[in-house]
Ligand binder design. Structure first.
Ligand code: 3QA
Length: 233
């Protein structure tokens, strides 16, 4: 269907390791203090990288993958903290919309997540969300669609998590999705953001995260590779 160059990014090494493992051979390029891995997969060019944690690093990596490496589609694979009580460790969530929960100029009467000429929510690509439903069916998995809130903080606090949930109607939270969304939206690159739950963003979050980072990252990566198959097909 498509032979466009596809970027696959994560934030942490653990989030892209399962993808690199599946590819086996790839070319490593050092650029802008980061490593980018290029591979050919089923006749399609891929560029893979982990950005490092947070909105700034993920902005840099998404921009680099598009502007320097020529990616035309971007898929994000990683883990997230659950807000919705229906999401348990290992469950998958596909972002329909993303927002920056720590962007705050409310002193001027603006809503949280908004700055002039921006938008509180960035919408993910509808066609890729449709494709993800087919992938979920073929894998026999249920995937939740929902709003993901992003900010430069590891949330390990029920009060903060509930505030983010009610302010943005968000189902999950993490630290990179919305910044990647802003980049892709501005550069007109269709994007898909998938996360597997690693913790519940509560007082036990850091322990749960350490325990489930690796297995949840694998869940997400396996699904994202099936998305790649579907896009290529
Ligand atoms: C944070 C990672 C960052 O890339 C965002 C994980 C899972 N649970 C979260 C939560 N709050 C915010 N984000 C998340 N990712 C890991 S910091 C620990 C790094 O350890 C999603 C995410 N509750 C490094 C070793 O010291």
């Amino acid at each position: 269907m498509s032979n466009k160059k596809i970027a696959i990014m994560g934030a942490m090494p653990e989030e892209i390791a399962p993808i690199l493992e599946k590819l086996g051979t790839y070319k490593t390029t050092q650029y802008a203090n980061n490593k980018y891995y290029e591979a050919s997969y089923k006749g399609v060019d891929l560029v893979i990288a982990y950005s490092k944690i947070g909105k700034v690093f993920s902005t840099l990596t998404a921009t680099t993958m598009i502007e320097h490496f020529g990616a035309e589609i971007l898929l994000f694979s990683g883990v997230a903290g659950a807000i919705s009580s229906t999401l348990k460790v290992g469950d998958l969530i596909v972002a329909t919309q993303l927002s920056q929960h720590d962007l705050d100029i409310t002193a001027f009467g603006h809503p949280f997540g908004y700055v002039p000429e921006g938008a509180v929510f960035i919408e993910a690509d509808k066609k890729m969300i449709e494709l993800s439903k087919e992938v979920a069916t073929s894998m026999g998995k249920s995937v939740k669609e929902g709003i993901i809130a992003t900010g430069d903080q590891f949330v390990a606090n029920e009060e903060r998590k509930n505030w983010i949930g009610s302010t943005f109607d968000a189902d999950a939270l993490e630290m990179e999705g919305a910044s990647v969304a802003v980049v892709c939206d501005a550069l007109d690159v269709p994007f898909f953001i998938l996360r597997a739950i690693s913790d519940a963003a509560d007082m036990d979050a850091s322990f749960s995260f350490d325990e489930f980072l690796e297995t949840s990252a694998i869940e997400s990566a396996e699904f994202v590779m099936k998305m790649v198959d579907k896009i290529i097909e």
